[in-house]
Design a protein around this ligand. Structure first.
Ligand code: T46
Length: 137
């Protein structure tokens, strides 16, 4: 499984750092939605689903967390703990987010508006879905 992690270029000067993200330039799709999660309780695992269409970039802009990616054949755990790193998560990828630090803020750029019908929340259904929609690699 190929993990696609973007390293964003900060505009740093003696005042500190600034990162600007533009659609189709830094983010490889049109950004239709942005959401973020914070105050995640200790031991919580979020996610446990895949998507039919939605693509996303995950950035832990404060603190740290881990993302488990599962393409149905292989699983990989990707730590996110730098505000300049973005993890691309394709639609047909089962994901879980865990090990959130107390101060973690996980920011997500999404290619689609929120649509509950786009979620695959049953793992067996996900395995059936990727037979017809295989992952790139
Ligand atoms: C994903 C991972 C990385 C909304 O009303 N609008 C939204 O845009 C989102 C994302 C959520 N919600 C509502 C739906 C639920 O009642 O917020 C509640 C929590 O959402 P959910 O349980 O889906 O959160 P996670 O952390 O399990 O998953 C989220 C995204 O939903 C999902 O697309 O890939 O983060």
């Amino acid at each position: 499984m190929r993990v696609i992690k973007y390293v964003f270029q900060p505009h740093g000067d003696d005042r500190g750092q600034l990162i600007a993200l533009e659609e189709f330039k830094d983010i490889p799709f049109k950004i239709k939605r942005v959401y973020y999660m914070y105050d995640t309780a200790e031991g919580v695992v979020r996610g446990h689903h895949a998507h039919k269409k939605l693509e996303q970039i995950l950035v832990c802009i404060h603190g740290g967390c881990k993302i488990r990616l599962d393409n149905g054949k292989e699983k990989k755990v990707v730590p996110l703990e730098k505000p300049y790193e973005g993890l691309y998560v394709a639609n047909n990828m089962w994901r879980e987010m865990f090990d959130f630090s107390e101060d973690a803020v996980l920011l997500v750029f999404a290619s689609e508006l929120y649509d509950e019908n786009d979620y695959i929340r049953d793992y067996d259904e996900f395995i059936e879905f990727i037979k017809e929609h295989p992952n790139a690699d």
